[in-house]
Design a protein around this ligand. Structure first.
Ligand code: C2E
Ligand code: MG
Ligand code: MG
Ligand code: MG
Length: 272
Protein backbone atom coordinates (compact mmCIF):
# COMPACT_ATOMS: atom_id res chain seq x y z
CA UNK A 1 0.00 0.00 0.00
CA UNK A 2 2.84 2.35 0.89
CA UNK A 3 4.35 1.49 -2.51
CA UNK A 4 1.28 2.55 -4.41
CA UNK A 5 1.19 5.75 -2.42
CA UNK A 6 4.82 6.44 -3.37
CA UNK A 7 4.12 5.71 -6.99
CA UNK A 8 1.29 8.19 -7.07
CA UNK A 9 3.38 10.75 -5.24
CA UNK A 10 5.89 10.70 -8.11
CA UNK A 11 3.15 12.09 -10.28
CA UNK A 12 2.75 14.91 -7.79
CA UNK A 13 6.37 15.96 -8.16
CA UNK A 14 6.11 16.37 -11.89
CA UNK A 15 3.20 18.76 -11.56
CA UNK A 16 4.12 22.39 -12.08
CA UNK A 17 2.79 24.25 -9.10
CA UNK A 18 3.91 26.63 -6.41
CA UNK A 19 5.38 23.94 -4.17
CA UNK A 20 8.98 22.82 -4.59
CA UNK A 21 9.67 19.11 -4.73
CA UNK A 22 11.11 19.32 -1.25
CA UNK A 23 8.07 21.13 0.18
CA UNK A 24 5.78 18.59 -1.42
CA UNK A 25 7.77 15.72 0.08
CA UNK A 26 7.75 17.39 3.49
CA UNK A 27 4.00 17.79 3.47
CA UNK A 28 3.44 14.21 2.37
CA UNK A 29 5.74 13.09 5.21
CA UNK A 30 3.71 15.21 7.61
CA UNK A 31 0.51 13.56 6.38
CA UNK A 32 1.97 10.08 6.86
CA UNK A 33 3.19 11.06 10.33
CA UNK A 34 -0.23 12.36 11.30
CA UNK A 35 -1.84 9.10 10.21
CA UNK A 36 0.58 7.23 12.49
CA UNK A 37 -0.04 9.81 15.27
CA UNK A 38 -3.66 10.90 14.95
CA UNK A 39 -3.27 13.48 17.73
CA UNK A 40 -1.59 15.59 15.02
CA UNK A 41 -4.88 15.70 13.11
CA UNK A 42 -6.82 18.64 14.51
CA UNK A 43 -10.47 19.38 13.97
CA UNK A 44 -11.85 22.89 13.94
CA UNK A 45 -15.58 23.45 14.07
CA UNK A 46 -17.44 26.24 12.31
CA UNK A 47 -21.02 26.71 13.49
CA UNK A 48 -23.94 27.12 11.12
CA UNK A 49 -26.73 29.42 12.22
CA UNK A 50 -30.46 29.56 11.61
CA UNK A 51 -31.03 32.95 9.98
CA UNK A 52 -34.42 33.50 11.66
CA UNK A 53 -33.55 32.56 15.24
CA UNK A 54 -29.81 33.29 15.21
CA UNK A 55 -29.29 29.93 16.92
CA UNK A 56 -26.55 27.44 16.11
CA UNK A 57 -28.14 24.48 14.34
CA UNK A 58 -25.13 22.52 13.15
CA UNK A 59 -21.40 22.78 12.48
CA UNK A 60 -18.82 21.82 9.88
CA UNK A 61 -15.70 19.90 10.92
CA UNK A 62 -12.61 21.29 9.17
CA UNK A 63 -9.24 19.54 9.21
CA UNK A 64 -5.88 21.02 10.18
CA UNK A 65 -2.53 19.24 10.64
CA UNK A 66 -0.12 20.08 13.43
CA UNK A 67 3.26 18.73 12.32
CA UNK A 68 6.32 18.65 14.56
CA UNK A 69 8.54 20.02 11.78
CA UNK A 70 6.21 22.08 9.61
CA UNK A 71 3.93 23.38 12.34
CA UNK A 72 0.30 24.20 11.67
CA UNK A 73 -1.02 23.36 8.19
CA UNK A 74 -4.26 24.60 6.64
CA UNK A 75 -6.37 22.60 4.16
CA UNK A 76 -5.14 24.72 1.23
CA UNK A 77 -1.63 23.43 2.00
CA UNK A 78 -2.35 19.72 2.29
CA UNK A 79 -5.78 18.54 1.11
CA UNK A 80 -4.83 18.32 -2.58
CA UNK A 81 -1.70 16.33 -1.72
CA UNK A 82 -3.69 14.08 0.60
CA UNK A 83 -6.06 13.48 -2.30
CA UNK A 84 -3.35 12.86 -4.90
CA UNK A 85 -1.55 10.36 -2.67
CA UNK A 86 -4.71 8.62 -1.51
CA UNK A 87 -3.81 9.41 2.12
CA UNK A 88 -7.08 11.36 2.42
CA UNK A 89 -8.93 8.08 2.96
CA UNK A 90 -7.12 7.56 6.27
CA UNK A 91 -7.38 11.22 7.29
CA UNK A 92 -11.13 11.25 6.65
CA UNK A 93 -11.57 8.23 8.89
CA UNK A 94 -9.46 9.77 11.66
CA UNK A 95 -11.42 13.00 11.47
CA UNK A 96 -14.79 11.24 11.45
CA UNK A 97 -13.81 9.20 14.52
CA UNK A 98 -12.81 12.39 16.34
CA UNK A 99 -16.08 14.09 15.47
CA UNK A 100 -18.04 11.04 16.69
CA UNK A 101 -16.08 10.99 19.95
CA UNK A 102 -16.83 14.66 20.53
CA UNK A 103 -20.52 14.06 19.94
CA UNK A 104 -20.59 11.10 22.33
CA UNK A 105 -18.55 12.75 25.09
CA UNK A 106 -19.79 16.32 24.91
CA UNK A 107 -22.84 16.74 22.73
CA UNK A 108 -24.99 13.70 23.42
CA UNK A 109 -27.78 15.82 24.88
CA UNK A 110 -27.15 18.90 22.74
CA UNK A 111 -29.82 20.25 20.41
CA UNK A 112 -27.28 20.50 17.59
CA UNK A 113 -28.78 18.76 14.55
CA UNK A 114 -25.58 17.31 13.12
CA UNK A 115 -21.88 17.89 12.48
CA UNK A 116 -20.75 17.60 8.89
CA UNK A 117 -17.57 16.06 7.52
CA UNK A 118 -16.16 16.80 4.05
CA UNK A 119 -15.64 13.91 1.65
CA UNK A 120 -13.27 14.01 -1.32
CA UNK A 121 -13.68 12.10 -4.56
CA UNK A 122 -10.71 9.99 -3.50
CA UNK A 123 -12.65 8.82 -0.45
CA UNK A 124 -14.91 6.92 -2.83
CA UNK A 125 -12.50 4.06 -3.47
CA UNK A 126 -15.18 1.37 -3.43
CA UNK A 127 -18.78 0.79 -2.50
CA UNK A 128 -17.45 -0.67 0.74
CA UNK A 129 -16.70 2.84 1.93
CA UNK A 130 -20.29 3.40 3.09
CA UNK A 131 -19.94 0.45 5.47
CA UNK A 132 -16.53 1.68 6.62
CA UNK A 133 -17.90 5.11 7.53
CA UNK A 134 -20.94 3.57 9.21
CA UNK A 135 -18.81 1.25 11.31
CA UNK A 136 -16.79 4.22 12.60
CA UNK A 137 -20.02 5.93 13.65
CA UNK A 138 -21.39 2.75 15.21
CA UNK A 139 -18.16 2.09 17.12
CA UNK A 140 -18.67 5.40 18.89
CA UNK A 141 -22.24 4.44 19.55
CA UNK A 142 -23.80 7.76 18.54
CA UNK A 143 -27.03 8.14 16.55
CA UNK A 144 -26.01 8.28 12.89
CA UNK A 145 -28.39 11.20 12.28
CA UNK A 146 -25.89 13.37 14.19
CA UNK A 147 -23.45 13.05 11.26
CA UNK A 148 -23.61 14.79 7.89
CA UNK A 149 -21.34 14.61 4.86
CA UNK A 150 -20.49 17.41 2.43
CA UNK A 151 -19.67 16.52 -1.17
CA UNK A 152 -18.93 18.88 -4.05
CA UNK A 153 -20.68 18.50 -7.35
CA UNK A 154 -17.52 17.66 -9.30
CA UNK A 155 -17.03 14.62 -7.08
CA UNK A 156 -20.58 13.49 -7.69
CA UNK A 157 -20.29 13.82 -11.45
CA UNK A 158 -16.88 12.08 -11.56
CA UNK A 159 -18.13 8.85 -10.03
CA UNK A 160 -21.86 9.21 -10.13
CA UNK A 161 -22.96 5.60 -9.63
CA UNK A 162 -20.73 4.93 -6.65
CA UNK A 163 -21.55 8.23 -4.97
CA UNK A 164 -25.25 7.65 -5.55
CA UNK A 165 -25.07 4.15 -4.03
CA UNK A 166 -23.14 5.27 -0.95
CA UNK A 167 -25.40 8.29 -0.46
CA UNK A 168 -28.52 6.17 -0.65
CA UNK A 169 -27.11 3.60 1.76
CA UNK A 170 -26.13 6.24 4.34
CA UNK A 171 -29.30 8.29 3.89
CA UNK A 172 -31.28 5.25 4.95
CA UNK A 173 -29.45 5.58 8.29
CA UNK A 174 -30.58 9.21 8.55
CA UNK A 175 -27.16 10.59 7.71
CA UNK A 176 -27.54 14.02 6.08
CA UNK A 177 -25.88 15.06 2.86
CA UNK A 178 -25.00 18.56 1.71
CA UNK A 179 -23.98 19.60 -1.78
CA UNK A 180 -20.91 21.76 -1.08
CA UNK A 181 -19.60 24.80 -2.98
CA UNK A 182 -22.74 25.06 -5.10
CA UNK A 183 -22.41 27.57 -7.91
CA UNK A 184 -18.69 27.17 -8.55
CA UNK A 185 -18.78 24.50 -11.24
CA UNK A 186 -21.13 22.69 -13.55
CA UNK A 187 -24.55 22.16 -12.12
CA UNK A 188 -26.39 19.04 -13.03
CA UNK A 189 -30.06 19.50 -12.32
CA UNK A 190 -30.78 15.81 -12.75
CA UNK A 191 -28.23 14.92 -10.06
CA UNK A 192 -29.79 17.48 -7.73
CA UNK A 193 -33.21 15.99 -8.25
CA UNK A 194 -32.18 12.34 -8.02
CA UNK A 195 -29.74 12.32 -5.12
CA UNK A 196 -30.91 12.54 -1.51
CA UNK A 197 -29.28 15.84 -0.57
CA UNK A 198 -31.03 17.51 2.36
CA UNK A 199 -28.89 20.67 2.12
CA UNK A 200 -27.28 22.79 -0.57
CA UNK A 201 -24.43 25.11 0.43
CA UNK A 202 -23.91 28.17 -1.75
CA UNK A 203 -20.23 28.93 -2.20
CA UNK A 204 -18.78 32.13 -0.79
CA UNK A 205 -18.18 33.44 -4.32
CA UNK A 206 -21.89 33.11 -5.15
CA UNK A 207 -22.87 35.07 -2.05
CA UNK A 208 -20.33 37.78 -2.82
CA UNK A 209 -21.40 37.97 -6.47
CA UNK A 210 -25.05 38.30 -5.50
CA UNK A 211 -24.38 41.55 -3.66
CA UNK A 212 -24.21 43.44 -6.97
CA UNK A 213 -26.83 41.31 -8.74
CA UNK A 214 -29.01 38.97 -6.69
CA UNK A 215 -31.07 37.63 -9.64
CA UNK A 216 -29.15 34.39 -10.06
CA UNK A 217 -29.09 33.58 -6.34
CA UNK A 218 -32.80 34.35 -6.06
CA UNK A 219 -33.73 32.10 -8.99
CA UNK A 220 -31.51 29.25 -7.79
CA UNK A 221 -32.90 29.52 -4.25
CA UNK A 222 -36.49 29.39 -5.46
CA UNK A 223 -35.76 26.35 -7.58
CA UNK A 224 -33.89 24.53 -4.81
CA UNK A 225 -36.68 25.29 -2.35
CA UNK A 226 -39.15 23.76 -4.80
CA UNK A 227 -36.96 20.64 -4.76
CA UNK A 228 -37.28 20.60 -0.97
CA UNK A 229 -33.68 21.52 -0.17
CA UNK A 230 -32.64 23.48 2.90
CA UNK A 231 -30.19 26.21 1.86
CA UNK A 232 -26.97 27.30 3.55
CA UNK A 233 -24.98 30.40 2.60
CA UNK A 234 -21.21 29.99 3.06
CA UNK A 235 -18.71 32.75 3.61
CA UNK A 236 -21.11 35.35 4.96
CA UNK A 237 -18.91 38.13 6.31
CA UNK A 238 -21.06 41.26 6.45
CA UNK A 239 -24.38 42.49 7.77
CA UNK A 240 -25.40 43.46 4.21
CA UNK A 241 -24.83 39.91 3.02
CA UNK A 242 -26.89 38.59 5.91
CA UNK A 243 -29.75 40.99 5.05
CA UNK A 244 -29.72 39.86 1.42
CA UNK A 245 -29.79 36.21 2.46
CA UNK A 246 -32.73 36.82 4.75
CA UNK A 247 -34.61 38.58 1.97
CA UNK A 248 -34.01 35.74 -0.46
CA UNK A 249 -35.14 33.21 2.14
CA UNK A 250 -31.95 31.20 2.57
CA UNK A 251 -32.40 29.36 5.87
CA UNK A 252 -28.88 29.05 7.26
CA UNK A 253 -25.53 30.83 7.28
CA UNK A 254 -21.96 29.84 7.96
CA UNK A 255 -19.36 32.58 7.86
CA UNK A 256 -17.01 34.93 9.64
CA UNK A 257 -19.87 37.35 10.35
CA UNK A 258 -21.08 34.92 13.00
CA UNK A 259 -18.03 32.80 13.70
CA UNK A 260 -14.72 31.59 12.28
CA UNK A 261 -13.88 27.89 12.58
CA UNK A 262 -13.12 27.30 16.27
CA UNK A 263 -10.87 24.98 18.19
CA UNK A 264 -12.72 22.20 19.97
CA UNK A 265 -12.68 23.90 23.39
CA UNK A 266 -13.98 27.23 22.11
CA UNK A 267 -16.64 25.48 20.06
CA UNK A 268 -17.85 23.50 23.06
CA UNK A 269 -17.99 26.65 25.13
CA UNK A 270 -20.17 28.24 22.46
CA UNK A 271 -22.63 25.36 22.01
CA UNK A 272 -22.34 23.65 25.42
P1 C2E B 1 -15.34 24.04 2.43
O1 C2E B 1 -15.76 22.64 2.73
O2 C2E B 1 -16.15 24.78 1.46
O3 C2E B 1 -15.26 24.76 3.83
C1 C2E B 1 -15.50 26.14 4.01
C2 C2E B 1 -14.23 26.92 4.01
O4 C2E B 1 -14.55 28.31 3.97
C3 C2E B 1 -13.38 26.74 5.28
O5 C2E B 1 -12.00 26.90 4.95
C4 C2E B 1 -13.83 27.93 6.13
O6 C2E B 1 -12.89 28.30 7.10
C5 C2E B 1 -13.97 28.98 5.05
N1 C2E B 1 -14.88 30.05 5.48
C6 C2E B 1 -16.00 29.96 6.21
N2 C2E B 1 -16.60 31.14 6.39
C7 C2E B 1 -15.83 32.06 5.74
C8 C2E B 1 -15.93 33.48 5.57
O7 C2E B 1 -16.83 34.15 6.03
N3 C2E B 1 -14.94 34.06 4.84
C9 C2E B 1 -13.91 33.36 4.30
N4 C2E B 1 -12.99 34.00 3.60
N5 C2E B 1 -13.79 32.00 4.45
C10 C2E B 1 -14.75 31.37 5.16
P2 C2E B 1 -10.88 25.87 5.37
O8 C2E B 1 -11.13 25.32 6.74
O9 C2E B 1 -9.56 26.49 5.10
O10 C2E B 1 -11.11 24.69 4.35
C11 C2E B 1 -10.97 24.88 2.97
C12 C2E B 1 -11.45 23.70 2.19
O11 C2E B 1 -10.62 22.56 2.45
C13 C2E B 1 -12.87 23.26 2.55
O12 C2E B 1 -13.82 24.03 1.88
C14 C2E B 1 -12.83 21.81 2.06
O13 C2E B 1 -13.03 21.77 0.67
C15 C2E B 1 -11.41 21.41 2.37
N6 C2E B 1 -11.39 20.68 3.66
C16 C2E B 1 -11.30 21.16 4.92
N7 C2E B 1 -11.32 20.15 5.82
C17 C2E B 1 -11.45 19.02 5.09
C18 C2E B 1 -11.56 17.62 5.42
O14 C2E B 1 -11.58 17.20 6.59
N8 C2E B 1 -11.67 16.74 4.37
C19 C2E B 1 -11.68 17.15 3.07
N9 C2E B 1 -11.80 16.22 2.11
N10 C2E B 1 -11.61 18.44 2.73
C20 C2E B 1 -11.50 19.37 3.72
MG1 MG C 1 -17.49 21.83 3.25
MG1 MG D 1 -17.91 24.98 0.72
MG1 MG E 1 -14.45 24.23 -0.74
Amino acid sequence: EIRSVRKRAVFVYTKKDALSQQQTMNIISALRASIRNPEQVLVHYQPMYDVQTGRIVSAEALMRINDEHLGFLNPSQFIFLAEQTGLIVHLTQILLAKVCTLIRQNLAKNALEYISVNLSGEDFTSRQMGQTLLSIIQQENIPSRKIGFEITESVVLQSYDMVADVMLELSLKDIKFALDDFGTGYSNLQALMDLPYAYVKFDKSVIQGAMSNPTMLTLLSDMLHKLGKVLIAEGVETEQQLEMIKKIGIERVQGYYYSKPLEKEAFLELVG
